[in-house]
Design a protein around this ligand. Structure first.
Ligand SMILES: Nc1nc2c(c(=O)[nH]1)N[C@H]1C(S)=C(S)[C@@H](COP(=O)(O)O)O[C@H]1N2
Ligand SMILES: [Mo]
Length: 219
């Protein structure tokens, strides 16, 4: 599923972020209402788009690209890049909120709606959770109802251009109403499950639910 050899995550970066979780860095103690407050508590607006990863940026060529959607589904799906691009496309504008503090407004995306992919695989009635698996060995988890939202997409364009390798191209997950660590870059596999499976940051002190307006940074 992942690149072989799978590079070890940057130990110093991981240790720093684990310490932030222990310290409760950036917590204001005030929840906010997304309908009134566009900027979640403790966040700072940026104009550029920072790059965050575990220390490797896998090269996923069009030939290597494959997206599997499997687990608790009636019709597992495995798509090459051409088949993925041939699916109905959706344009969307949304904000990004990273737990390390930055937010970026009005990102223009193009991709395939999560709801369209879910309709194709037909989740079993017992499916409650989604686990994303990426080419760099990264994993992250959300509830199925958090993924099955109109603004959740598998994106391949940002601002009218292909998403570059640093930002998880050719195809990454985008779930704009959760902290950005839930949006897996270099996506390889989407696993549906009856059971929750906390991912890379979720087992290292980061919140399972990750709602920025509730300051669900750590937990
Ligand atoms: N595969 C993969 N996806 C990932 C990560 C990662 O290290 N590997 N980092 C996460 C984190 S912590 C953040 S903040 C965002 C950063 O996305 P960006 O580099 O495009 O800003 O990607 C998320 N998705
Ligand atoms: Mo992050």
């Amino acid at each position: 599923m992942t690149d072989d050899p799978n590079p070890a995550p940057n130990a110093k970066l991981v240790a720093t972020k684990e310490k932030w979780a222990r310290d409760g860095r950036l917590l204001t103690g005030h929840a906010a209402d997304p309908a009134r407050d566009r900027l979640p508590p403790g966040q700072t607006l940026v104009r550029d788009w920072p790059v965050l990863d575990l220390g490797s940026q896998p090269e996923v060529t069009p030939q290597r690209f494959r997206l599997d959607i499997d687990g608790a589904v009636r019709r597992p799906l495995s798509l090459g890049l051409d088949a993925f691009m041939a699916l109905p496309q959706q344009d969307s504008v949304s904000d990004m909120h990273c737990v390390t503090q930055w937010s970026r407004y009005d990102n223009r995306w193009r991709g395939v709606a999560a709801s369209a992919l879910l309709a194709m695989v037909e989740p079993l009635s017992s499916a409650r959770h989604v686990i994303f698996h990426s080419h760099d060995g990264y994993t992250t988890n959300v509830r199925l109802d958090q993924f099955d939202q109109p603004d959740a997409l598998l994106v391949h364009q940002w601002d009218g251009k292909p998403i570059d390798r640093r930002h998880g191209g050719p195809v990454r997950v985008l779930i704009p109403r959760l902290y950005l660590w839930k949006s897996a870059k270099w996506i390889r596999r989407i696993e549906l499950s009856d059971r929750d499976k906390p991912g890379f940051w979720e087992v290292r002190g980061y919140h399972n639910n990750a709602d920025p307006w509730q300051e669900e940074r750590y937990g």
